[in-house]
Design a protein around this ligand. Structure first.
Ligand code: SAH
Ligand code: SF4
Ligand code: F3S
Length: 450
């Protein structure tokens, strides 16, 4: 089946799940003689898209535009769109972008061998083939090799999809219902990752706490964590994302006891106002969110808790927006991702057009929200000064100084803080104890503890 070497270039937008999908796509394509290449020299161009906000969708189209122009001079190149925008827009994309050859959805990755074959077989009448492959439901995964991006961290999906249907969110429509991967498949993949030398595994799922609910015997997320923690080797485990009220005491207990599981939780709150939370179809109140955060903080020393917030959800008042700001302060959230609300097709909030907040108001609120997040991050970092953190080095940089240069190692602590320290010997992949001496807004500086 292997053919002469061809080159594929994949641009990945969106979340870690998409990054992981890209690694799977590259693995599958490698069976067809494709190897990954950078930019211009490729024969096959794929954009793996994100649809979470209008802006991310537009980014995908602008990539297609660039490649469409390129195709005028190189008519033989193939252009494909994958991911959440493909799943959402389906064959409309073939109509909208005449130079597009292939659209494949989030549930069609394992069909790529067939799709590529079809695309590469000339049509009987000599016309150009154009294919749209979108399934409504996921098919069972197949065992293809994965071509992981090099580095310290490896992505490991444990479940995919979402049953929550938050009013603003398109993910349940682009990723389908929750599906867990078998525990032994995950554990074998983890073993392989460790044997390949990665030092950190990040477990991925839209809601990791839903892990196992759809599997025989209903293994829990806590059980999976426990099993992964037992694997031999010097490595760390992280996981994302947690739905506030789905985090069980068992998970907290496991993170507390386990050796390899890092002390951090990403728990999107979305809004600090109960009325807005209800309108968003989130299943918890501000008080309940706080209780979970407090419980985790009481049990796990030095834990980092991060969140996501949306500014300007339809109907959000100034007062309600202020509740979000006060929640960040009250719950001492270490860091938060933020976004202005962006209407998404087919979602309940997207239909609340009469309650939309004006763009300039959303923009202003986002700016204020970002300032609050920034202040919270600085405060959280300041609390780290004087502590000793075990840092997993990710990269080495040279810092230019007036009198020569300094070799700076950059890595992250177990509780996910970015730490910089001077070192002549540290290498990517090393675990080094660092005493924190200075807190900046987004990172810490320290000295190696010899
Ligand atoms: N599964 C995770 C997050 C998925 S999407 C969870 O349950 O929270 C990542 C983040 O994008 C969300 O947490 C939300 O803050 C943001 N987001 C989702 N839809 C959005 C929209 N329509 N406009 C703005 N931000 C949005
Ligand atoms: Fe989207 Fe809500 Fe599901 Fe997260 S839990 S993916 S925000 S629908
Ligand atoms: Fe975006 Fe799809 Fe991830 S919409 S955030 S790429 S699941």
């Amino acid at each position: 089946m292997k053919k002469a070497s061809k080159k594929v270039y994949i641009e990945t937008l969106g979340c870690q799940m998409n990054k992981s999908d890209t690694e799977r796509i590259l693995g599958i394509l490698s069976h067809f003689g494709y190897e990954a290449s950078e930019g211009n020299e490729a024969d096959f161009f794929i954009v793996n898209t994100c649809s979470i906000r209008k802006l991310s969708e537009d980014k995908a189209y602008s990539r297609l535009g660039v490649w469409g122009k390129m195709k005028k001079n190189r008519p033989d190149i193939k252009i494909a769109i994958a991911g959440c925008v493909a799943q959402q827009e389906k064959e409309n994309l073939l109509k909208k972008f005449p130079y597009l050859d292939l659209v494949f959805g989030t549930h069609n990755i394992y069909e790529l061998p067939k799709l590529i074959e079809e695309l590469e077989t000339p049509a009987a009448d000599g016309s150009r083939k154009r294919i749209c492959a979108i399934r409504d439901k996921a098919v069972p995964e197949k065992d293809f090799n994965i071509i992981r991006s090099k580095g310290i961290n490896a992505w490991l999906p444990i479940m995919e999809g979402c049953n929550n249907f938050c009013a603003y969110c398109i993910v349940p429509y682009t990723r389908g219902r929750e599906r867990s991967r078998d525990m032994d498949v995950i554990i074998n993949e983890a073993k392989k990752i460790i044997s390949e030398g990665y030092k950190e595994i990040t477990l991925l799922g839209q809601n990791v706490d839903s892990y196992g609910k759809d599997l025989d015997g209903k293994p829990t997320f806590a059980k999976l964590l426990e099993e992964l923690d037992k694997l031999e080797g010097n490595f760390r485990i992280r996981f994302t994302t947690s739905y506030p009220t789905d985090i069980t005491d068992d998970v907290i207990e496991t993170v507390k006891k386990a050796d390899k599981i890092c002390e951090c939780f990403h728990i999107p709150m979305q809004s600090g106002s109960d009325r807005v939370l209800k309108a968003m179809n989130r299943r918890y109140t501000r008080v309940q969110y706080g209780e979970i955060v407090n419980k985790i903080r009481m049990q796990i020393k030095d834990v980092t808790i991060t969140s996501d917030f949306i500014a300007g959800f339809p109907s959000e008042t100034e007062e309600e927006f202020k509740d979000t700001l006060s929640a960040i302060e009250e719950f001492k959230l270490d860091y938060s991702n933020t976004a202005a609300y962006s209407p998404r097709p087919n979602t309940p909030a997207g239909r609340m057009t009469d309650k939309f907040i004006a763009d300039d108001v959303k923009k202003k609120r986002l700016e204020i929200l970002n300032n609050t997040v920034k202040a919270a991050s600085k405060k959280s970092n300041e609390a780290s000064v004087g502590k000793i953190y075990e840092v997993l080095v990710e990269k080495i940089k040279e810092e230019d100084l007036k009198n020569g240069s300094k070799r700076i190692a950059e890595g992250r602590s177990r509780n996910n803080k970015v730490v910089h320290f001077e070192s002549n010997t540290a290498m990517a992949g090393d675990f080094i104890n660092v005493k924190i001496k200075e807190a900046l807004v987004w990172c810490l500086k320290g000295d190696e503890v010899k």
